[in-house]
Structure formats: structure tokens, C-alpha cells
Design a protein around this ligand. Structure first.
Ligand code: ATP
Ligand code: MG
Length: 266
């Protein structure tokens, strides 16, 4: 089961949602892989802290090394597991990002490597119960690769009116990608993040989305300083603050998402 977390708008919560849902699944015993396709490397940093650049030069790191191998050998990495790292958390594994992704992008695009991630993750899908893919805030080679590789997509929405505008172009992009590359990609739904129930605007925005028939998850994620602390400490919420309100919301959201997995498997 491969799920991509995508919104081309920056700062909506892609990384927070990817890492926290993955960590919850792992804590529940699901063997879980997180793939960090964003050159910013926030997911990598969140889950394993600073990378020792001497031990792991940029082009030797996870996802970049895997893509590099496809350029060199013209075929998919025979053992994509070689690019996966352990994390401090049981059942939670990471294919880290790397600064090399930026310099590689043009070459990967011009050599038409857009299906290589799908091939690699298809192999890994047999070894992991859940694969989560974090994406950059762009509709670029990497996010397209992820949408082609994934079974489902979830879309974080951060409750501002610009986010709403970008949601429409995002939906258009996804429909086009489904038509051209991945007709089986399922849009699981929109995740309401940084919800503030005291303010009027967020509630109105979400109600409008629902009226328009957008698939919005029932569980909303509140704004909480705990999230920043969690990033700073490199500890997902389920580890840092298992009984916090936001963690509870994440657990509920995770349950909603598991329903999709059950439906797809049926
Ligand atoms: N529920 C929340 N409450 C408070 N802060 C949050 C919450 N979710 C995310 N944030 C904060 O918002 C910022 C952006 O979150 P995050 O990095 O997850 O977004 P992103 O979509 O991955 O960003 P980018 O597009 O840059 O990759 C971070 O500082 C994070 O700590
Ligand atoms: Mg991010």
C-alpha cells in the first residue's frame, strides 16, 4: 500500500502528516517505509536528525542514490532495499532525501526516468505493509514520480484562502496525471490541518469545500505548538506526546485512513 502526501503549496503540513501517520502505523506494528522526495529533506531530518555528510555523501543518500543507479545502469535498482535506512523507531524505515536531488532532476527528466520510482516501490511494496511518500511543494519530476508510483494520494489543506485556490489547480493536475499515467491512483481525501475552531474563516472554508463535494476527512488536525516541538526534538508525536490532543487527532485520522486500506484490499 503506497500513499503519497501531496500539495504543491508550501508549508501546508505534508512532512508533519507523512511522518506522524507513518510513525503511528509503525508503533502499531505495521512495517512502514517513508520515502523523502523533497530536496529540503525535512522528513529525513525529522526522523533521523542531522546526516553525517562524511559517512553519507550527498549522492550516496537514499533516493538520490537509487535514481543515480537507474541512470548508470539503465534499469531499476535490483535491490532498492539497499537505499533504505533504519530510524530510531521500531518498524519505521526511511529512504532519505539528499541535496543531490536538485542537480539530478534535469537529467532524470530528459532521460524519461519518471516510472523508475514506481518500479522500485513496487518491489518494496512486498516488504513493507505501508509506504508513505513525502513530496516537495512543486508539481515537478519528483512529485509526479510519486503520484505515478502511489496507490493513493492524500492532500493536506491548511485552511487559508490561498490554499483553496491552489487546491483547484492541484485537483486538475491530479486528474491529468491519472489520465496520462496512473488511472488507478485514488484520491483518498483532503486532510484539514492547522485547524483553529475559534476563528470563523477556517470553518467556513472547510464547509465550502464539503459543499462542493470535495472529499474531506472527518478528523481535523488542530494547530498546536507541540508540532514544532516534535520537529525540533526529532520525535514524532506518538513518541514525544502520546496523550496529547493533537496525537489523538492523528490517531483518529490514521484510523480513517486504514479504512481505505481495508477497502482497497477487499
Ligand atoms: N498541526 C500543526 N500545528 C502547528 N504547527 C504545524 C502543524 N502542522 C504543521 N505545522 C508546522 O507548519 C510548518 C510547515 O509544516 P510542514 O513542514 O509539515 O509542511 P510541508 O507542507 O511539508 O512544507 P513544505 O512545503 O515546505 O515541504 C512547520 O513549521 C510545522 O511545524
Ligand atoms: Mg515538507
Amino acid at each position: 500500500m503506497k500513499r503519497v502526501v501531496f500539495n504543491q503549496k508550501g508549508g501546508v503540513g505534508k512532512t508533519s502528516i507523512t511522518c506522524n501517520l507513518a510513525a503511528i502505523g509503525a508503533a502499531m506494528g505495521l512495517r512502514t517505509l517513508v520515502v523523502d522526495l523533497d530536496v529540503q529533506g525535512n522528513t529525513t531530518h525529522y526522523l533521523v536528525g542531522e546526516i553525517d555528510a562524511e559517512a553519507y555523501p550527498a549522492e550516496a543518500q537514499g533516493v538520490a542514490a537509487m535514481f543515480k543507479q537507474t541512470v548508470r545502469s539503465r534499469k531499476m535498482a535490483s535491490n532498492p532495499d539497499a537505499f533504505v535506512w533504519e530510524t530510531p523507531y521500531e518498524n519505521l524505515y526511511l529512504m532519505p532525501s539528499s541535496p543531490a536531488l536538485t542537480t539530478m532532476e534535469k537529467e532524470l527528466e530528459s532521460r524519461y526516468k519518471i516510472y523508475k520510482l514506481r518500479d522500485a516501490l513496487e518491489k518494496l511494496d512486498e516488504e513493507y505493509d505501508r509506504i508513505y511518500i513525502d513530496t516537495p511543494p512543486n508539481f515537478n519530476f519528483y512529485s509526479k514520480s510519486a503520484l505515478i508510483a502511489a496507490d493513493t494520494v492524500v492532500i493536506p489543506f491548511d485552511c487559508d484562502s490561498f490554499a483553496r485556490q491552489s487546491l483547484y489547480s492541484l485537483m486538475d493536475n491530479i486528474v491529468e496525471l491519472q489520465e496520462d499515467h496512473n488511472p488507478d491512483l485514488e484520491v483518498e481525501g483532503i486532510i484539514i490541518n492547522q485547524f483553529n475552531s475559534q476563528a470563523r474563516l477556517p470553518g467556513e472554508l472547510v464547509a465550502e469545500l464539503e459543499e462542493e463535494g470535495m472529499p474531506v476527512f472527518n478528523t481535523y488536525l488542530n494547530t498546536s505548538v507541540k508540532m514544532k516541538e516534535s520537529h525540533r526534538e526529532h520525535r514524532p508525536l506518538i513518541d514525544l506526546a502520546p496523550s496529547h490532543k493533537l496525537t489523538g487527532q492523528y490517531l483518529e485520522l490514521h484510523e480513517e485512513l486504514e479504512a481505505t486500506v481495508a477497502r482497497i484490499a477487499a
